[in-house]
Unconditional design. Sequence first.
Length: 134
Amino acid sequence: MIGRLNHIAIAVPDLDAAAAQYRDTLGADVGAPVAQPDHGVTVVFIDLPNTKIELLHPLGETSPVAAFLARSPAGGIHHICYEVADIEAARDRLVTEGARVLGDGEPRIGAHGKPVLFLHPKDFNGCLVELEEA
Ligand SMILES: CC[C@H](C(=O)O)C(=O)SCCNC(=O)CCNC(=O)[C@H](O)C(C)(C)COP(=O)(O)OP(=O)(O)OC[C@H]1O[C@@H](n2cnc3c(N)ncnc32)[C@H](O)[C@@H]1OP(=O)(O)O
Ligand SMILES: [Co+2]
């Protein structure tokens, strides 16, 4: 069911500083910050030869990333995003197998204009999993 690794997300306390570090210190191809108010984040995508890095910073009062940074003020790996061919079929299979799909269980449009879902970290070895329809 899961396919390619679409991205690894890192929550950061200072988005501009993290983007500059990837651009200048690590020599990476760093995109511009994009506000994603529906998801409560501002994101910067970094293109790598075999996947992407998503830098995340809280946006708005109800950002899900704010609580993460309150627990880990220096930042840290926030989630892993796998691609799936059919996100509703994937959701239905996961629910059948007892996994918790976060939110109302309905896919929402993510940073790439594709439907995404999130799976509870406690069901996947302490790792927040995002699924994005390829
Ligand atoms: C523009 C979209 C973009 C894209 O790529 O398309 C994005 O990726 S948007 C990313 C931001 N959105 C989300 O993260 C939505 C899903 N997240 C959530 O619903 C919450 O963050 C949740 C439920 C994962 C955690 O909520 P909260 O921070 O309030 O913590 P809890 O007390 O509910 O946590 C329970 C338990 O889980 C541990 N936890 C929390 N976050 C993570 C994490 N990112 N990775 C691993 N573990 C996590 C937390 O420490 C608690 O563990 P415990 O042992 O009980 O203390
Ligand atoms: Co993501």
